[in-house]
Ligand binder design. Structure first.
Ligand SMILES: [Zn+2]
Length: 220
């Protein structure tokens, strides 16, 4: 198969991966970014390669895999968390892009099993409510993929226990924006806990904002 036809997808994934690195949401070659290629080729995705530093990442380094995670054409070795990305696409037909970060405050929040309750209006509107933490599983395993999907449920962000965060979206822009927002929320939450006086959003606001979250998805 000629992988040239995926040049556009490769450049989009590489751009977001470089942006994620520039924003300090990952370091070295950690974290990963993917997008679903198209609904008429189920299971195909473009994903960042294993072990390439984002500062040296070229568009052509992005790997194309099929639904068995075999690389297609001249592609290299896909990210070690490819199974996680594939499981999210299988579970969530509305998701077309996945961004996995090792951002500092998101990682701090992933150390507690409680996650982050709905504390800011935009959190419910863009993420769907609380940001939950998956049960611990070893990186790269099917167990981790399953547990992360369970904790993500129908929302747009989740914390991976003792590891980092995942943001998803209808497109790459939404997935990276959700990841940036998740890190900002995690930072605010960490500071708010210093005096232990957290006042969550009123449940009536959460209800109305959740309706906006669901409506936005319907009109995509
Ligand atoms: Zn990771």
């Amino acid at each position: 198969m000629n992988t040239e036809i995926f040049a556009n997808e490769k450049s989009q994934v590489a751009d977001v991966a470089r942006e994620m690195s520039r924003l300090g949401l990952v370091s070295g070659s950690s974290g990963n970014v993917s997008m679903r290629i198209s609904s008429d080729k189920p299971g195909f995705m473009a994903i960042t390669p294993m072990g390439v530093n984002y500062s040296e990442l070229r568009n052509e380094d992005i790997v194309i895999v099929n639904s068995e995670l075999d690389s297609i054409g001249k592609s290299g070795v896909p990210s070690s968390e490819s199974l996680l990305h594939l499981s999210i696409y299988t579970d969530r037909p509305d998701v077309n892009a996945v961004v996995h970060t090792h951002a500092t405050f998101s990682s701090v929040a992933s150390l507690s099993s409680k996650g982050i309750p709905p504390i800011l209006d935009e959190m419910v509107i863009y993420i769907g409510g609380s940001i939950d933490v998956s049960k611990y599983a070893f990186p790269g395993t099917e167990e981790l993929a399953q547990r992360v999907c369970e904790a993500l449920s129908d929302k747009n962000a989740v914390l991976i226990s003792n590891h980092g965060a995942v943001g998803v979206g209808n497109n790459l822009r939404e997935a990276i924006n959700v990841s940036i927002l998740t890190e900002r929320i995690a930072k605010i939450y960490a500071f708010s806990r210093l005096d232990n006086q957290i006042k969550p959003l009123p449940s009536s606001a959460v209800e109305k904002e959740r309706a906006i979250f669901e409506m936005k998805r319907k009109f995509l």
